[in-house]
Design a protein. Structure first.
Length: 206
């Protein structure tokens, strides 16, 4: 399976969720690669995915484009005068798909974050042609961000494989309790996982 994992914003827990999904596939005895096409401000997330892959990947295989500036891909590329090579990313992605039964792609930032002036993270997902899972930081404000993201990807003709609610904080507000039912009702898209703070194991949901 190929799966593109996006988030409603930065710091919603995409890497944590992707690693849990990779671990769930490994527990089933299946080969799975974690792919971070673009990293910004350090390669820590890519290192986690490379190590969590089964069998493990080299860092450059897991992360073909590494930008040092802690900014959006377009901003980091401008700061470093290093345009993002999309063709290189897609070639690396296809190479992994030829070797692994599953390739889980973790986007950078949110859904429409720009990679260059005429190309966003959403365009990269469309070019990869994979179903999209949306990671949501489950708190007050999640409904608006989630609905905008899911409706945008559906308008592009892409498949939303499901929503993953992630509790980044230990304490829960009242909105986080109601968000699941509201999102499933409004969007008619399943919430496939509701990951509690500190949870370290999940079942493969797709």
């Amino acid at each position: 399976m190929r799966l593109f994992i996006t988030g409603t914003d930065t710091d919603v827990g995409k890497t944590h969720v992707t690693r849990l999904l990779l671990d769930a596939l490994k527990a089933r005895g299946e080969s799975a690669a974690g792919f971070k096409p673009i990293s910004c401000g350090g390669r820590g997330d890519a290192e986690i995915l490379a190590a969590a892959s089964a069998p493990p990947l080299s860092l450059d295989e897991a992360n073909p484009v590494a930008l040092k500036a802690p900014a959006s891909p377009m901003a980091a590329a401008l700061i470093e005068n290093k345009p993002v090579d999309v063709a290189r990313i897609l070639a690396a992605y296809e190479a992994l798909a030829a070797r692994y039964a599953h390739v889980l792609v973790e986007g950078a930032g949110g859904w429409e974050v720009p990679i260059r002036r005429d190309f966003t993270m959403a365009d990269l997902a469309a070019a990869m042609g994979a179903p999209v899972a949306v990671v949501v930081r489950n708190q007050l404000g999640a409904l608006n961000h989630s609905i905008l993201t899911v409706r945008n990807l559906q308008a592009r003709g892409l498949e939303c494989a499901g929503i993953i609610l992630n509790h980044v904080e230990e304490e829960r507000d009242s909105a986080s309790i109601a968000n699941r039912a509201i999102l499933e009702d409004v969007l008619s898209v399943p919430v496939v996982l509701d990951i509690l703070h500190g949870e370290t194991e999940i079942d493969w949901p797709f």
